[in-house]
Structure formats: structure tokens, C-alpha cells
Design a protein around this ligand. Sequence first.
Ligand code: SF4
Length: 248
Amino acid sequence: MGQERSTTNVPRFTPEELAKLNESMRGEKPENILAWGIKTFPGKLMMATAFGVEGCCIIHMIAQIDKRVRIINLETGYQFKETLLVREQIKERYGIEVEYIYPEKTVTEYEKEHGGPLYDIRPDQCCYDRKILPLRKAVLGYEAWISAIRRDQTDVRKSAEAISWDTKFQLVKINPLLDWTIKDVWSYVMKNQIPYNKLHDLGYPSIGCEPCTRAVQDGEDERSGRWSGKTKKECGLHVVEHEQGSGI
Ligand code: SF4
């Protein structure tokens, strides 16, 4: 589908080295995993955030370690205004200006081209055009990226490791919060007074684009409000290798 990324990146670790590395990372604090990434990939490490509460925790940690890590947000044009506000709060609190990465076409141009929005009828295509392709361009020249996924979020994420090779984006992927529960996340936020998306207080545990996110009821899975009523569960950014192809 569409344009593929050309890259000269090669896996930096053999599978055996990765296994050893992950063994040595077991039980490590997220700050230490992040610090390892920052030290190992100077100037070549980046993070993409949708300003979810986990991402805000990582930004807080990055601010204590090295503010030069490039942090981007995929501004699809469909994000909640509450989400965009978090970017401003982060700038004010940490002096970190999260960089917006835009798709090739504005929402108006895109919907005109397709005779209306695609998020209801072809959400995979919409995510591909408005998230995956812009991200592929943004990661060019980088060697590693940080994600804020937690192992207990979805079945797909259960098999993730702290450090892995991301074949889709040709980057080393660093997942510092894998072992945290949502309770760990919120206690860290409260303890450190970290800015977060106020939609989390209104029943939105996981927040993506506005047309594809709803509040969840008590007892529902925390990601059940994403692409509700559709088989789609991931935008394709954090799908592990054996699931690739189903994510975007
Ligand atoms: S989450 Fe929805 S609106 Fe956002 S890019 Fe994907 S399909 Fe489009």
C-alpha cells in the first residue's frame, strides 16, 4: 500500500544480543531503560507520542535525563482539542516543544479527494495515510524510537520486550513502561504532577483521533473505546512482528 520507506538502517543487535539485553533489563526502572537508550543512540533516538498518560510519563522522564531527544506528534487533523492542549502544557512545564508531523494533505483536501472521511469506511487506509506514512518520513535518519506501550494493554502487546527490532520502521524500539500497570502510571503522574489529557478524567483511558475514540464504561477493556465496533484495534504503529499486516 502506497510509498515504502527506503532505508540503510540494519538491525543493530543480533537476536541473541537482544535476548541478552532484555534479560539484563528485566526489572529495571523505566528511567534506566530510557537512559540506556539515550546513551546508546545519541542524537538518533526519537519518540512519537499521542499525549496519552503513559507518553506524558515518559516525557517527564526524558525532561530529567536529556531534553534533546526529538519528540513528535502525528497531527492527523482529527485529534481532540484537549490532546493538543497537552502539547502546550508540556511546553510550559518542561520547555519541550513537541514537534507536529503532518500528513501530506489537510483534512479538507483529504476528504475532498475521497468524497468524505475514510475513518468510518476505511480506517486502516486513513491511519496509513495520516499516521504511518508521515511517521516513516519522520524517522528517516534515526536509529531508535521510544514507545509508551504497556504489556497488559492488549493481547498483541503481551509479547513485547523492553528492547526489540522494529521491522516495520527499521528502528530499535525501546519500551520503558512495558511492566507498568495503569495504577503505576497514575501514581507516577500524581506524585510528579505531570500534565495529562483531561479526557482521561472523563472516561477515556486510551485516546486517539476524535472520530475513532469513545469513552468506555466501567468494566470495559481500556482500549475498547478505540475504533469501537470495528475489528481494528491498533493504528499499526505498535504492532509486533507476528501481527504485522493486520495492523494497518
Ligand atoms: S485514528 Fe481514525 S481519524 Fe485517526 S488516522 Fe486513524 S482512522 Fe483516521
